[in-house]
Design a protein around this ligand. Structure first.
Ligand code: IPE
Ligand code: IPE
Ligand code: MG
Length: 202
């Protein structure tokens, strides 16, 4: 899930960009809660790309504070709901306090079997591949909000046969019904993986 459009959501309301990121956290909670209902067992969300370090320090600081608050507040609920949290991406450039919170939540939620929530942080797919990191599970459905139609260095290897779904909805407005629409579109797609369509093969 490429959670995009927080800044535009805020700007269109005359609010600071950080207000959009705060609303984006609420959208993430809605989607995480709804995911198991749609048979989603692994959800990888793009929270901060390696290229996002190019943003102003104040926005980066605000994002990291929001991330810490989210983790600290949600860990207990994740344990109760069987949600396992795992971070992917570089860890060596993160603030030690952020890293500590991440490690705490990874440890506390390790037993969760309902949903694996992977949070991509300081993440670059090209960097991960060039470091020889083993790929994660193949992506079935990739959703990007806010109308942008690009991958922005997210799970390039894992998306080899992913169904791509782009929606104009800005991430802070995204909710259960949008997820339902994406999943139902996904179910209508015919996935071939290079073979012939089912009708032709039989
Ligand atoms: C996505 O929203 C969140 C992050 C990249 C951290 P943006 O901040 O990219 O929002 P827009 O694209 O500027 O609207
Ligand atoms: C991708 O969004 C990164 C995240 C959603 C965290 P960006 O807004 O940073 O991507 P570009 O710059 O529009 O490609
Ligand atoms: Mg963006």
């Amino acid at each position: 899930m490429i959670m995009d459009g927080n800044g535009r959501w805020a700007t269109s309301r005359g609010l600071p960009r950080l207000a959009g990121h705060r609303a984006g956290v609420e959208a993430l909670k809605r989607v995480t809660e709804a995911a198991p209902e749609f048979g989603i067992g692994v959800l990888t969300v793009y929270a901060f790309s390696a290229d996002n370090w190019r943003r102003p320090a104040a926005e980066i600081g605000g994002l990291m504070r929001l991330l810490r608050a989210y983790i600290q507040r949600e860990t207990r609920r994740c344990v109760a709901n069987g949600v396992r949290i795992q971070a992917i991406g570089r860890r060596d450039r993160l603030d030690p306090a952020v890293l500590r919170d991440i490690e705490n939540t990874e440890c506390a939620t390790a037993g969760g079997g309902q949903l694996l929530l992977r949070i991509a942080l300081d993440y670059s797919s090209r960097e991960a591949m060039s470091r020889g990191e083993p790929p994660g599970p193949d992506v079935d459905l990739l959703i990007r909000t806010s109308g942008e139609q690009r991958l922005s260095d997210f799970l390039l290897w894992e998306c080899a046969y992913a169904e791509l779904y782009f929606t104009a909805r800005l991430w802070p407005d995204f909710g259960r019904d949008d997820l339902a629409a994406a999943v139902s579109e996904f179910r209508r797609r015919e996935r071939r993986f290079g073979a012939l369509p089912e009708a032709a093969a039989s």
